[in-house]
Write a protein that binds this ligand. Sequence first.
Ligand code: ASP
Length: 355
Amino acid sequence: MRKYKPFQLNDIIKTIFCFFVLLSFSSHAESLPKIVVLATGGTIAGTGTSEMQTTGYKPGVLTADMLLKSVPSLSSVAQVSAEQISNVGSDNINNEILLKLAKRVNVLLAQPDINGIVITHGTDTLEETAYFLNLVVKSKKPVVLTASMRPSTAISADGRGNLLQAVIVAASHEASGRGVMIVMNDRISSARYVTKTNANTLDTFKDYEHGYLGHVVDQVPHFEMRAGKLNTTDTPFDITNLKMLPDVVINYGYQNEVPYMYDAAIEHGVKGIVVAGTGGGSESLAIIPSLKKAIEKGIVVVRSSRTGSGYVAGDPAYVGLLSNDLNPQKSRILLMLALTVTNDPPQIQEMFNKY
Ligand code: ASP
């Protein structure tokens, strides 16, 4: 028969020690910043059929919760929860999803216990969503977008590392008040300036002209710069009660350009047209009459540049407001929001100068 072994002093000390270790772990976890991950889809949530597949895979397969579970280290940097906003490739992000996402970000950030937001997204239109949020988020708390160029199943999948870095940045005090950011590949970029530059490579998001806000090295964020243009709480855009955004299209400039793309837009009843002009925003003589017709009808025309960087030249031979250095896709975002406030061209030009 086994003899009953009375509890030794040693055992009691061990039990008390374990209790305090567990207590300190749980209070450490509770003291970590609270970050909400809003998932919208994209390659970061995509899967292929083998580790070799890096194109033609399915975007938007993994759910928000699956993304969180795939990065266990997240629990050591923040208290992270996840919500699904959509699960689509970013080519299918539309104004409805943009408004839903932005409204949710504002509601969450208004809660005192939430420290920051991370959004997972496809890379293709990431900069449009990021810039939209940069203009409509009404908080100085960090909002960070991240993505991946490889599906989760690929041998060089970059999503898990990018998600971890995004949460680290969103959880950092220093990230507050820097506008909406994109974190990928160890770089912290400003939504206002960064753009996707390569259709395939992991290192696709670049800000050639202005540089980066900072870097993440060995999972520590290092901030160096601040974006010069006004953002978030310093803009007049309030989407709280907006149900839709005005129809704004982009027309691309090229040799032998045809005016009927503009005429079709006018006939369709658009509220704004962005011209992705050649060079410094030049417009072919062939489209100028259509542009003048658009302006007579009260449609706001903005000239941008298809080159992807540099400033649009103020030339009286051309028609429309100046986007300055804002690329066509971000000019469309700003023009939509500007048109929710006014359709007075000088006031809209002022917004293009400020934001
Ligand atoms: N087509 C994908 C998307 O934008 C590409 C990506 O996420 O990298 O959703």
